[in-house]
Unconditional design. Structure first.
Ligand code: F3S
Length: 774
């Protein structure tokens, strides 16, 4: 193997604990009894259970009904965090007072780097603009023994694939596209910071046992069809909600025909259909990839397990395993697809795209083609795109649209640089951006004169295409396609161009037609390591390091522990606002410009419920005080908190739907919220509230919502007993109206014994910190 900084890495520490997992798998089979056949996802998940018997047999009719029902308490092997979400995760971890993380972890600085003029110019300015955040992350990483990948080192998912993912591993990542690691046979799940902290402090992480969607791959890709087209066409079939509650597990004879990085692309975009995660079984293609990325011992260990008899084989499904649903895709007949605009499930086969453009009156020209990112910047992707660029250059063509290339990591950038792929792109007029998210997360400073609100089109090989996602312009129509297709289209500059059938006129007058792209899965000379300054810090804790937080910072603030539950019922909580209609985590904690305050709870709390509709007034983001003054909701919450008055929010159905955003639970708690009373909750947010010590209650009679008004005073009856008994009993509310009359309201709660402990301690972290000191 080439000598590199990798030779200093202790690869043995990155091999999943196979013997322990296989032992646990045996225990799982014993608990479930004979005749039970498991899918791959079930094997990996269940072999990470803290207590298989408890998780698999409670409320599941003795194990008969696990999927969609059982509450799995899992112990992941590893955690990865990106720079934006790592801030609150680390602040919470720090408040537990532990000297190091319980499992290996890594931090990746990728989200806060702008794409504009090219890596050399963009990286230094982005580092300067976010210095205090990067310094904080680096100092905390060094103190607690977390590997720190500095800005420019790469995008979290590419770096994880190249370094940490392994067949049979279970990991959590604080980013939705964490499932990218499933391309290498891992169960990798995207979570919020508070969930990551569970794993970091060795508390079991809870997941409703997912259902399993099997995707059977047959045949083999050829010509223009690429792994990206597998997921683009699947997204069209499943739609953006079709994977919710499912793990997507790939199987079938087509699996071994895909490159490892191609499998990662497919898993990455499983997030676009709402799947919990996606994964592939151990494949012969994993071995060369692991070896090329300096992890030969992992390839060897995994290959040995994969060839073991079924009972011990952790790395593929039992042959008789049953999926909840099966979709078959024939790779041999798969056509390239283009998805969008504005949603990843609007999927059109390439051959129909030009007529769809006509029908919808979409723009016929487009301004920019962007390839790479965490989804599609593998050696295979880039060399196939390079092949097309060489063909076009030889014909005397240059791209008609601006052409941007984002390498996913320093390793891939340095390798492409050494092999002259990047110089081919640059000589053709392409701009190579930093190894970071850049335009994929909206950090794109467009300089082509398109103004906000001006309709236009772009093509990317990224994964998301919600309105405004790339350039902040809601009128930009963003189409998703393979890097090969984006590259070819960039030469035509036309949205109706089909490289399989159409030609481009050359300067000499002869029409030019692309040949199907050719590339290499892996570099023949091995991967280059890249710049030494972009290697990670070692994951060794150093207690002498001071975590750097400037007390005058507006972006970072240490978290103070929330006070514990009083030794009494909650009395005279005041109704801050009765929310009407939908109330998502975005309604409770808005994103956009607020994201820069993710590490500063007091500052980000200024966005609390600012887009909630007030049921009494119809106003948005406003609430009324006792004296009739109308204030912003955060302002009134702070006024009451500062006068020692705690409060509750009343809401309708599915309160907290949307994402796992922990700020939506932290902020109300910080501002003095103790209870949320709703018609129903989104499950993840309901759990998040309990973790922060806020009690979620639902109405027994939904119509009782109408009995409550702003500024009513509410006291609990029975809550203290419920908490002290570990969740047994009912909670009622006594509501004192402004005219002095009283009404009683019956409620339901879903507090488990563990969660009662969180609420009594003030938060889950308080409880963990207390246990750490015991
Ligand atoms: Fe997310 Fe960055 Fe990929 S924004 S989608 S991790 S490139």
């Amino acid at each position: 193997q080439p000598s590199s900084p990798h030779s200093k890495v202790d690869i043995a520490s990155r091999i999943p604990p196979y013997q322990k997992l296989i032992k646990r798998l045996h225990e799982v089979r014993r608990v479930l009894g004979p005749g039970r056949h498991l899918t791959l996802a079930e094997k990996i998940l269940y072999s990470h259970l803290d207590n298989p018997e408890e998780s698999l047999l409670t409320n599941t009719q003795n194990g008969a009904n696990i999927r969609g029902t059982a509450n799995l308490k899992l112990k992941p092997d590893r955690v990865a965090m990106q720079d934006a979400s790592a801030q609150m995760a680390l602040l919470q971890f720090m408040s537990c007072g532990l000297p190091t993380t319980a499992v290996p972890a890594s931090i990746h600085c990728d989200h806060m780097i702008v794409g504009e003029k090219g890596a050399d110019m963009d990286l230094p300015s982005s580092i300067a603009g976010n210095k205090e955040v990067f310094d904080f992350l680096e100092s905390a990483a060094k103190k607690y023994g977390i590997e720190f990948w500095p800005p420019g080192a790469g995008i979290i998912h590419q770096t994880v694939l190249e370094n940490y993912s392994a067949p049979g591993l279970m990991m959590l990542g604080t980013d939705s596209h964490t499932p990218n690691a499933g391309g290498l046979g891992a169960i990798a799940i995207g979570v919020g910071g508070a969930d990551a902290v569970d794993a970091l402090v060795d508390a079991p992480w809870e997941l409703k046992a997912p259902k399993i969607l099997g995707v059977k791959l047959e045949g083999e890709l050829s010509g223009w069809a690429s792994p990206k087209d597998v997921i683009l066409s699947l997204a069209g079939k499943l739609t953006v909600r079709g994977g919710t509650g499912f793990v997507i597990e790939y199987f079938g004879p087509g699996v071994d025909t895909l490159s490892c990085t191609g499998m990662a692309t497919i898993c990455n975009m499983g997030a676009e259909v709402g799947a919990t995660t996606s994964l592939f079984p151990f494949s012969s293609q994993h071995i060369p990839y692991l070896e090329a990325t300096h992890r030969g011992p992992i390839a060897k260990a995994a290959a040995a397990i994969a060839s073991a008899p079924t009972a011990q084989n952790l790395l593929s499904a039992d042959p008789e395993a049953k999926y909840d649903e099966v979709i078959t895709i024939n790779l041999s007949t798969l056509e390239p697809h283009i998805n969008g605009p504005f949603t990843p499930d609007l999927s059109t086969p390439l051959s129909k795209f030009s007529s769809v453009v006509e029908e919808n009156n979409w723009p016929k020209t487009f301004g920019a083609g962007l390839i790479g990112s965490c989804t599609n910047s593998s050696y295979q992707d880039m060399t196939r795109a390079e092949d097309l660029v060489k063909q076009a250059s030889a014909a005397g063509l240059t791209p008609k649209a601006s052409f941007f290339i984002t390498p996913g990591s320093e390793q891939i950038r340095a390798t492409l640089d050494r092999d002259n792929t990047l110089s081919t792109f640059s000589s053709a007029g392409g701009t190579v951006l930093a190894n970071a998210c850049g335009p994929c997360i909206g950090q794109w400073k467009r300089t082509d004169g398109v103004t906000k609100g001006e309709p236009n089109a772009i093509f990317t090989s990224y994964n998301r295409n919600f309105r405004g996602r790339n350039d902040g312009n809601p009128a930009t129509m963003n189409f998703l396609a393979s890097p090969e297709l984006v590259t070819a289209l960039a030469y035509a500059g036309s949205t109706t161009f089909n490289p399989l059938t159409d030609t481009i006129p050359t300067p000499s007058g002869t029409p030019f037609r692309f040949s199907p792209p050719k590339g290499s899965d892996l570099p023949s000379a091995g991967f280059a390591s890249g710049k030494p300054e972009l290697q990670p810090t070692p994951g060794v804790p150093d207690s002498s390091i001071e975590v750097q937080i400037d007390p005058s910072s507006t972006r970072l603030a240490r978290l103070d522990p929330f006070p514990p539950f009083p030794p009494t019922e909650l009395t005279n909580l005041r109704v801050l606002v009765k929310v009407k209609g939908q109330c998502t985590t975005d309604t409770i904690s808005a994103a956009g410009p607020w994201l820069k305050y993710k590490g500063h709870l007091p500052n980000i709390a200024e966005n609390t419920l600012i887009s909630a509709t007030n049921a009494a007034t119809g106003g948005v983001g406003t609430a009324t005080d006792l004296d009739g003054t109308s204030l912003g909701i955060p302002a009134l919450a702070k006024r009451w908190r500062d006068h020692g008055r705690e409060w509750l929010v009343v809401a309708e159905h599915n309160y907290g739907e949307g994402s796992a955003r922990e700020h939506a639970a932290l902020q109300p708690r910080f501002l003095g919220g103790r209870v949320v009373l709703a018609k129903s909750f989104a499950r993840i947010h309901e759990t998040n509230l309990k973790k922060q010590g806020v009690v979620p209650l639902t109405f027994v009679r939904e119509d009782d919502y109408d009995l409550l008004d702003a500024c009513d005073e509410v006291s609990t009856v029975g809550l203290l007993e419920v908490l002290r008994s570990g969740g047994k009993g009912e909670v009622a509310l006594v509501v004192r109206k402004r005219d002095g009359s009283e009404v009683g309201i019956k409620t339901r709660h879903t507090l488990s014994a563990d969660q009662c402990g969180f609420v009594l301690a003030g938060s889950a972290l308080n409880l963990l910190a207390r246990r750490g000191k015991e």
